[in-house]
Design a protein around this ligand. Structure first.
Ligand code: TXE
Length: 493
């Protein structure tokens, strides 16, 4: 069986305790590789390396333009290795090869974008209100960044942190999810080849419960960039608060996808389907609450069910497969328990709701695309993140009603609005409490567009021009050029 190693200080190394964790392929059910089960000593070694590298002239002598060159080389290496990285995520995580090829085509764009931005972050000379001072600001990197990622899209989620963070001159310790580590460790092999000095990027694998506190509690870590569940995010944030680390938190969602009666129905049906069933619903931005205006409620559901009933589940490596397996066993159990919960709360099942076991799928962790209607926003299925292929359909009467239902959620990551009326679209986009609002589309992302959540969906944003500043701190320098002794408290004026 293939065995992966931690990547620390520019070398692939076995974990201190020589302990390993199996990683299962959710389509075949077989363990296909082993990853390091690291301990606190490994965690310390990774932070040592990142901290040394941050202070070393090997890294600090790269100016911003030169860091850009490294990032561009990295982007090209990702393109060169796109197919093998894509296949590893399919094997480890059950993601569709078609989705992964798309992701791997797009991931290099983040590195190219921030490579170009690296040397365009300018401080300013301040028109200061005092005589004989030259006062200016400049931006400096924070130091060691700890990137903690979730299992659903390990390389994409990492890219959103790494590209701006490296462009800004920080060093990294990366802790991928124990359920999907392999692609990140394969990716690690590219940093040395791109020319990054040893220790600038380190990857450590293992259980969050075993090494998480050692990493998040290390006072040499300046920032934590986290993607995962809100419960773990809360714990990580509490740890970070102990010594005032910077944080970016990308957490859960229960995003409303809102269809008005005047919407183009074909477009809205396609958007509702991709909103919840793309990636099997295992995305933070899933449009898991479908709000339908009453006049179109029954007909829309009928057409939606007909369209989803023909979805092809199966081998994620097959180009024609539309829905792959759930990524891991705990998540599979969790999705099934959420379906039970929806039944118990009185929602009406109109599609799916069961494990799917036809043909080769019987070995894998498949759940049928599932739709519940007659859901009220108070039911648990409308309030809790499922992170699976389960859609809750809720009726609404008016714009006012839609806003009230949509915003009545602890989350605020994203929202979709479907209407031909631009007035409705604009008013809704202003009133929805969400970090991203899509109008007549759903799921579009870009390296140019900030992404992140209101309320309990997180802190801060990722992607876009401003987000490089989330990896920088401002230094103000005052230079006095006058003849008098400035600000001497013992001089009588
Ligand atoms: O997330 P966790 P999991 C949701 C989804 C899913 C649930 C659990 O609902 O069912 O979260 O998924 C690391 N200190 N999302 O278990 O536990 C852990 O090793 C430091 C939403 O994957 O939050 C992993 O690398 N780190 C989400 C990362 O935190 C710790 C995406 C996330 O793990 C830690 C995925 C600790 N004490 C799941 N404990 C989204 N919003 O995109 C764990 N970790």
């Amino acid at each position: 069986m293939q065995r992966y190693l931690n990547y620390i200080d520019g070398a692939f190394v076995a974990p201190d305790s020589n302990a390993w964790l199996p990683s299962a392929n959710p389509y075949t059910g077989e363990n296909w590789c082993e990853i390091p089960r690291s301990n606190e000593r490994d965690a310390r070694a990774a932070v040592d390396a990142a901290s040394r590298a941050f202070r070393s002239s090997a890294w600090s002598s790269f100016n911003a333009s030169q860091r850009g060159v490294l990032l561009r080389r990295l982007a090209d290496l990702i393109t060169e290795h796109a197919e093998s990285l894509a296949c590893t995520e399919v094997r480890d995580n059950g993601k569709l090869i078609t989705e992964m090829r798309g992701q791997l085509r797009y991931i290099p764009e983040w590195f190219h974008y921030y490579a170009g931005l690296a040397d365009k972050i300018e401080g300013s000379v301040l028109p200061i209100d005092k005589q004989d001072y030259l006062t200016f600001t400049r931006y400096e990197p924070l130091g060691v960044v700890l990137a903690i990622t979730a299992w659903n899209s390990p390389l994409l989620l990492l890219t959103w942190k790494l590209a701006p963070g490296l462009a800004a001159g920080n060093t990294f310790v990366i802790k991928p999810s124990e359920y999907a580590t392999a692609s990140t460790l394969e990716f690690a092999a590219l940093f040395g080849r791109a020319g990054f000095p040893p220790g600038v990027v380190n990857v450590i694998s293992g259980y969050g419960s075993e090494i998480g506190d050692a990493l998040t509690g290390d006072s040499r870590v300046a920032k934590i960039a986290f993607t995962g569940s809100d419960s773990t995010g809360r714990r990580v944030n509490e740890q970070a608060a102990r010594d005032f680390k910077h944080v970016t938190m990308e957490l859960g969602g229960k995003s409303p996808n809102i269809v008005f009666a005047d919407a183009n129905a074909d477009q809205a049906i396609a958007g509702a389907i991709s909103g919840i069933f793309a990636a099997g619903g295992q995305t933070c931005m899933a449009g898991s609450r479908l709000l339908l205006q009453e006049p179109i409620y029954d007909e829309f559901i009928r057409r939606l069910v007909a369209a989803c009933g023909v979805a092809k589940l199966g081998d994620p490596m097959d180009d024609t497969t539309q829905v792959g397996p759930i990524a891991n066993r705990p998540q599979y159990d969790r999705v099934l328990s959420c379906i039970e919960m929806a039944h118990a709360d009185g929602a009406t099942l109109v599609l799916g709701g069961r494990p799917y076991t036809e043909g080769n799928a019987k070995r894998g962790l498949f759940i049928e695309p599932t739709i519940f209607r007659d859901v009220s926003n108070e039911m648990r299925i409308a309030r809790q993140e499922v992170f699976g292929p389960v859609l809750a359909v809720i009726p609404f009467t008016s714009e006012e009603d839609a806003v009230a239902i949509a915003n009545d959620s602890p989350y605020g990551l994203a929202a979709g609005v479907w209407t031909k009326d631009m007035g409705t679209a604009l008013r809704m986009s202003q009133r929805l409490e969400a970090g991203t609002v899509w109008v007549n589309s759903y799921r579009a992302v870009s390296y140019l567009a900030p992404f992140g959540g209101y309320k309990q969906s997180g802190i801060g944003r990722e992607s876009g021009y401003e987000m490089i500043k989330a990896y920088l701190q401002t230094k103000t320098t005052w230079i006095y050029s006058g003849e008098a002794c400035p600000d001497n408290p013992f001089v009588m004026r």
